[in-house]
Design a protein around this ligand. Structure first.
Ligand SMILES: [Zn+2]
Length: 157
């Protein structure tokens, strides 16, 4: 999953995006502007030590008192981007690839990426979180993409 995320040029990938119904997602924010803060198990390890990050069985607690609108994209929807409103800060309980439990609190892009990927694990897409107005503007592109995907998965005659 980490390799696929890297070769796709993404900063996150959820198991659901590769057809696996398991509670696992991966993140790599090393190549971003790093304008966010994080605390894991009460410490602030360098980003190099925690990325790429494997997140298993995440349980998310958002801090909804501060929300922000940021444009998002998704590896499952190439060419589609749109504004999504989300809490700016989250706390997540999860296990790492070795099954060790952790508690992370983060904000900014880190929090946004985690929420986007955890949404995938729960069958929620970023287009579902867009305001109706924004979503309506993308409707044509979404429909075309759905059609293309269907055609691609149909056996060639
Ligand atoms: Zn996505």
């Amino acid at each position: 999953m980490i390799d696929l995320m890297h070769t796709s040029g993404g900063i996150g990938l959820a198991a659901q995006q590769i057809g696996r119904a398991i509670q696992v997602c991966v993140l790599d924010l090393l190549k971003t502007d790093r304008e966010f803060t994080w605390e894991i198990d009460g410490a602030k390890p360098p980003l190099e030590l925690i990325m790429p990050m494997v997140v298993v069985n995440p349980v998310l607690k958002a801090h909804p008192e501060f929300e922000e609108i940021v444009e998002e994209g998704c590896l499952s929807f190439p060419e589609i981007r749109g504004d999504v409103c989300r809490p700016e800060r989250v706390t997540v309980n999860f296990q790492d690839a070795q099954g060790v439990p952790h508690l992370i609190t983060c904000d900014g892009l880190f929090a946004r990426c985690l929420q986007h990927e955890i949404d995938h694990l729960n069958g929620i897409l970023f287009i579902d979180r867009m305001e109706k107005k924004v979503r309506a503007g993308l409707d044509k592109a979404v429909k075309e993409l759905a059609k293309k995907t269907r055609e691609a998965s149909e056996p060639a005659a």
